[in-house]
Write a protein that binds this ligand. Structure first.
Ligand SMILES: [Zn+2]
Length: 304
């Protein structure tokens, strides 16, 4: 009896060890960021990569680990992709978290094909609804009065899921740029054009763009539907009922993909959670919206 038990335990232990080997055993998978400006419009970043400035404080690294551990085991592609990010940096120095893929055409001699994520210290400690409210006020400071996100369920206020949203959002940007590299053949995102394309008049500018600032609105348009930047409260709210995962998703075709990716991850990982956007004109849940669910299904089929 005893021998059978140990044999079963060994069999179970092997896949666990393999799944953890690529990132969680690396002391510098999560680290402090050496001062680095990632925006190629501000400094020349060709052939330069962000670097670690030593290990992150244990408490901060554990928050990233805890967020990672909420991802369902069945989402093996997503877990693998996040593990494969060379470093997840923690930095107090920037206003936004960022993600970055080293496109080989501009990083031929510097870690080509590697990817990096930098998470701000404030994103370590913010729950999902608060993070969404923050995005709205950055998109339209004058349009947010009376608008707020809410979370139902005991997990919904856990900062793990706000952090998971930030990690998944940046990983979504990395996936986009891997599939739409600057030069050569673009593998593309299967089902993107058929599922997301109808939200946009044209998606080609977004597929050849190098660096996408928060809220960038010069990469695609949707006549008849508002741009979230400086939108009114009613316009912001209506974006959530117009086929976009969030208001930020309506800024450009890349964010449309990225926000569907990140919301899909959080909705699946935060068990018992239900999130909503609320305004004077009504309440809309961030799940059970059929055009958005189709976008999330497209992302999930390929990347979760
Ligand atoms: Zn983004």
């Amino acid at each position: 009896m005893k021998r059978i038990f140990w044999a079963a335990l060994v069999v179970l232990a092997i896949p666990m060890a393999a799944a953890h080997a690529s990132c969680e055993d690396d002391d510098l998978w999560i680290c402090k960021l050496k001062p680095y400006e990632p925006n190629p419009h501000q400094v020349k970043t060709d052939n330069t990569s962000p670097e670690c400035d030593g290990a992150a404080p244990h408490g901060q690294a554990k928050k990233i680990q805890d967020a990672y551990d909420t991802i369902p085991i069945s989402f093996s592609k997503l877990r693998f992709d996040l593990c494969r990010v060379k470093h997840i940096f923690i930095t107090p120095a920037t206003t936004h978290s960022w993600g970055r893929y080293n496109d080989p055409s501009v990083h031929p001699t510097d870690n080509p094909d590697q990817s990096y994520i930098a998470i701000t210290t404030s994103d370590l400690n913010r729950h999902f609804a608060s993070k969404q409210d923050d995005h709205l006020s950055q998109l339209s400071p004058s349009g947010v009065s009376g608008l707020f996100h809410a979370g139902f369920g005991s997990n919904s206020k856990n900062v793990k899921f706000g952090l998971l949203f930030a990690l998944a959002h940046e990983l979504g940007h990395i996936k986009w740029h891997q599939q739409y590299p600057l030069t050569g053949n673009q593998p593309g995102i299967p089902c993107y054009d058929s599922v997301f394309g109808s939200s946009w008049q044209n998606t080609s500018a977004a597929k050849t763009n190098r660096w996408t600032e928060f809220g960038a609105n010069n990469l695609g348009s949707h006549p008849g539907i508002a741009d979230p930047n400086n939108a009114s409260s009613d316009q912001l709210y209506s974006l959530y009922n117009s086929g976009f995962a969030t208001a930020l998703a309506a800024a450009n075709p890349e964010e449309d993909f990225v926000e569907a990716y990140a919301l899909g991850v959080v909705n699946a990982s935060c068990s018992g959670c239900l999130f909503s956007i609320n305004s004077a004109s009504g309440t809309t849940t961030l799940s059970g919206r059929s055009p958005v669910d189709a976008k999330i299904a497209c992302v999930a089929a390929n990347y979760f």
